[in-house]
Every structure is written in structure tokens, then in C-alpha cells.
Design a protein around this ligand. Structure first.
Ligand code: TRP
Length: 455
């Protein structure tokens, strides 16, 4: 339980910790990664599979991480190592720490792009036709210096917040800013859908065409679901170690998952109608939102350019904020580990992570659009993205479900799930156990085996 005073309690207010977990989930994964994944994987059919992954694998997976974290009240490594007698399970925590460090490295690059777009919309520099907007992105993201500096700046901001303990303020702010982001998304969705030819985009998103479902789609949907829920890196476990005995784990997990799904769906409804309207290819990849949004702000608000100006600034600012609540969570996993296991001061622990992530961020940024800086014939940025989401997160979630479903004491799991038999959701426990023991591991294994050609 969170005690008042003491190092661990500094991390977040009691009130804000579930909110902080939601803040971790909602981020660029929803607004940037989800639309581009959907665009590359055929639209509506992908979304249906994605929804299936969230409901069947995501929510039980979140609850499992919550159980490990709240029971152990420790950093990712210690939580896994002490959950059962087998110390070797601590390696799952270590895998999570490595995964989240890599994710932070490339995530910061995209967060840096958002900072740039915030700055440039403030000075009104994104005015022009579709070609201009596309060229702007190619030129900016291909620059060797500026995006890297912005990425590092983003990591430093995260570092500062974690070390100075100003998280409380961030959590309070997110109570206001998250709903604001939601409302702004709704406004932009309406604007985007009113563009000429937008209906093709809506159709693309809502009318499934299973003939477009390629062999990779299941793994991509699984990876996206885990990425968006912050699942599979012990991030949720670390956050849950600060939950109280009264936090209803299954209820919080479902709430966060539903919220996360709707924000992603809204982001899709914001991007695709506009993309189809202005002629941006839906499968443009990671650049998709950056080459579509400036067009929305100009064209959908052409009747009142000042409104477009204000909305664009608010939107990028809120996106930066949403990204920040996510980077804080990724940073915290490693910081808590180095601080508690190596007995370093929290600020020193944080510096280790900041330096590693910054180096990775620079190489990822340099590799954008250049496959020669990379591995397996793809740029380092794309390789990190693919490897973490499609391999490391599913592996982390798979091992967690085996630990909770098969290895751990059922009494402990039941106590955590039912809040020591006080929760009204007690009746769900057998269903949860069935998911964790069979559905989650079998589905993840089948999807991974399918991807690697075993079946
Ligand atoms: N879920 C966040 C997003 O959608 C990203 C994120 C934060 C994350 N923490 C994580 C992804 C840990 C994987 C693991 O933007």
C-alpha cells in the first residue's frame, strides 16, 4: 500500500495514480501510430481485429500486470522476481525495462516532431498546398540536427519532471487536459468529415473489407493493441505498485482500455476523411498524421482561418502533453529499477536512462527515411518500432500471463483480483483466470508462430 512519506510515495498522489496510468496509455500510440497502422493494414478490418485483441488479450493482460505490480510493491525487476519463488521471473521485468527504454528512444523522435509542428504552427509556417505540406515533412524529418535536438529536448523534459517530483502537477493538469484533448478531437473529426470527398475515408474506416487482410495483420493489430495500452513492458506493473488496496484492478483496466480505444478511433476519424479528401495515401506510414493534419487545419477551417490557427496550436500542444504523460511512464520503469536495485540516487538513476535514450533517439532520428542506418534492411527507427511492438511486447505479455495463470499462487491472484473478496466484480474471476491461462497465451503464441512461418 502507498505509505505517506518515504521514497516510493513521492511518485504520484493517491488520487492521481489511475489517472496517470490512463495518461500512460493515451499518447502518440493512439493519435500517430494507430492511424498509420490502420492505413497500412486495410482499414476497418484491421480495427475489428484490433478491438478483438484489446478485449480478449489486452484487458486480461493489463489486469495481470496490475496484479504482479500491486502485490509486490516494487520496481519491475523485483516485482517479477518476488511474485513467486522463482527468481528467474525477474528477467521478465528486465526485458520490460529494456523494451521500454528502446520505445522511449524512438517515441521521443516522434514527440520531437510534434514539438516542431507546435512551434511552426505558432508562427503560421504550415500554410500551403498538399505538396508543400508533404515536402515540409520530408525535409524537416530528414534534417540531421533539428529533429534529434527536439527529441533529446523531449527526453530532458521528461527527466526533469521525474527527478523534480513535479508529477503531481502533471497529474492534476491531465485531469483537465485529457478531456480537453477529447473534445478537440471531436471538433476536428467534425471538421475533417465535412471536407469534400470525406465519405471515402469514413467508409475506409468503418466498412470492413476482409480481402485486404494480409498475413501480417493479426500481429500488427496485436502489437498495436499492446503498444497503445502500454502493455508488455512492466510499465503497468510499475504503476500498479503505487495503487492502493482499494483500486479495482479489472474495473480500472477496462475503463482505461475503452478510453484508449475511443481516442484511437477518433484519431482515425480525424485523419482518414481528410486524407482521402486531399489525396494523401492512407498507407503513407509514420508520416501520415504530419502530412494530413496541416491540410485539415487549413481547408476545413478555410471559412475562418483564425479558428484553424487556434485549433491547430491547441491540438499540437495537447498532443505534446499526451506524449509527455506516456514518456514519463516509460522513463519511470528504468528509473525505479536503477534507483531501487543499484541503490543510486533517483536523479542519478534517471540520468542513466536519459543518456541511453538520448543516444538511441539521435540514431533513430538520423535513420528516418534512410534504410542504410538500420538493421534487417529497414531504418533503425522502423526496426525499433517493429521489434518492440511486434515481438518484445507480445513476449512480455505472454510470459506475464504464464506467470500469473500457471505459476503463481491462485490465492494471491484471487485476493488481488477481488480486492480481498470485497470487490463486486468477484464473479468475473473464473472468466479472468480462463483468459489468462488459455486465451491469452494460446492466441499470442499462435499469432507469433504464424508470423514466423511455423504454422
Ligand atoms: N501507450 C502509449 C501510447 O499509446 C505508449 C507507451 C507508454 C508505452 N508507455 C509504454 C508503450 C510502455 C509500450 C510500453 O502512446
Amino acid at each position: 500500500m502507498i505509505t505517506s512519506g518515504g521514497e516510493r510515495a513521492n511518485f504520484g498522489s493517491k488520487l492521481g495514480i489511475v489517472l496517470a496510468t490512463a495518461g500512460s496509455a493515451v499518447g502518440l500510440g493512439n493519435v500517430w501510430r494507430f492511424p498509420y497502422m490502420t492505413g497500412q493494414n486495410g482499414g476497418a478490418a484491421f480495427i475489428l481485429i484490433y478491438l478483438g485483441c484489446i478485449l480478449l488479450l489486452g484487458i486480461p493482460g493489463m489486469v495481470s500486470e496490475f496484479i504482479v505490480g500491486r502485490h509486490s510493491q516494487a520496481n519491475a525487476y523485483r516485482a517479477y522476481a518476488s511474485f513467486t519463488k522463482g527468481k528467474a521471473w525477474g528477467l521478465v521485468g528486465i526485458l520490460g525495462i529494456i523494451t521500454s527504454t528502446i520505445i522511449l528512444g524512438f517515441y521521443a523522435v516522434v514527440a520531437g516532431w510534434c514539438l516542431q509542428y507546435l512551434g511552426v504552427s505558432l508562427v503560421g509556417g504550415l500554410k500551403g498546398d498538399t505538396d508543400f505540406v508533404q515536402q515540409y515533412f520530408v525535409q524537416f524529418s530528414g534534417d540531421p540536427v533539428k529533429p534529434a535536438i527536439l527529441g533529446i529536448a523531449f527526453i530532458l523534459i521528461t527527466h526533469f519532471i521525474i527527478v523534480r517530483g513535479v508529477r503531481d502537477g502533471i497529474e492534476k493538469a491531465s485531469k483537465l487536459l485529457m478531456p480537453l484533448l477529447f473534445i478537440l478531437l471531436l471538433v476536428i473529426v467534425v471538421a475533417s468529415c465535412s471536407l469534400p470527398g470525406a465519405s471515402k475515408g469514413i467508409e475506409f474506416l468503418l466498412k470492413p473489407d476482409f480481402s485486404k487482410v494480409g498475413p501480417n495483420v493479426f500481429l500488427e493489430a496485436l502489437g498495436q493493441a499492446f503498444f497503445s495500452l502500454s502493455l508488455g513492458t512492466a510499465c503497468l506493473c510499475t504503476y500498479a505498485s503505487y495503487f492502493t488496496r482499494h483500486t479495482h484492478l479489472h474495473y480500472s483496466a477496462s475503463q482505461i482500455a475503452v478510453l484508449d480505444f475511443f481516442i484511437a478511433l477518433l484519431a482515425g476519424l480525424m485523419i482518414f476523411p481528410a486524407a482521402f479528401s486531399v489525396g494523401v495515401q492512407p498507407d503513407s506510414g509514420p508520416s501520415l498524421i504530419f502530412i494530413t493534419l496541416p491540410n485539415v487545419f487549413q481547408q476545413a477551417f478555410s471559412f475562418m482561418p483564425a479558428l484553424g490557427f487556434v485549433i491547430s496550436i491547441m491540438f499540437y500542444a495537447l498532443l505534446v502533453f499526451a506524449a509527455l504523460t506516456s514518456t514519463i511512464s516509460m522513463h519511470e520503469i528504468g528509473t525505479a529499477f536503477f534507483h531501487e536495485e543499484l541503490k543510486l540516487r533517483r536523479s542519478h538513476a534517471a540520468w542513466i536512462l536519459t543518456v541511453i535514450c538520448s543516444v538511441l533517439c539521435v540514431f533513430c532520428s538520423l535513420s528516418v527515411g534512410r534504410s542504410e542506418i538500420g538493421i534487417f534492411g529497414t531504418s533503425l527507427m522502423d526496426a525499433c518500432d517493429w521489434l518492440t511492438a511486434n515481438l518484445m511486447l507480445p513476449t512480455g505479455a505472454l510470459l506475464t500471463s504464464i506467470l500469473v495463470g500457471w505459476v503463481a499462487s491462485k490465492t494471491v491472484v484471487r485476493e488481488e483480483f477481488t480486492n480481498w473478496e470485497t470487490s463486486r466484480g468477484k464473479a468475473l474471476f473464473p472468466f479472468y483466470m480462463f483468459c489468462v491461462r488459455y486465451i491469452v497465451p494460446v492466441c499470442i503464441l499462435l499469432i507469433l508462430m504464424h508470423q514466423f512461418g511455423v504454422i
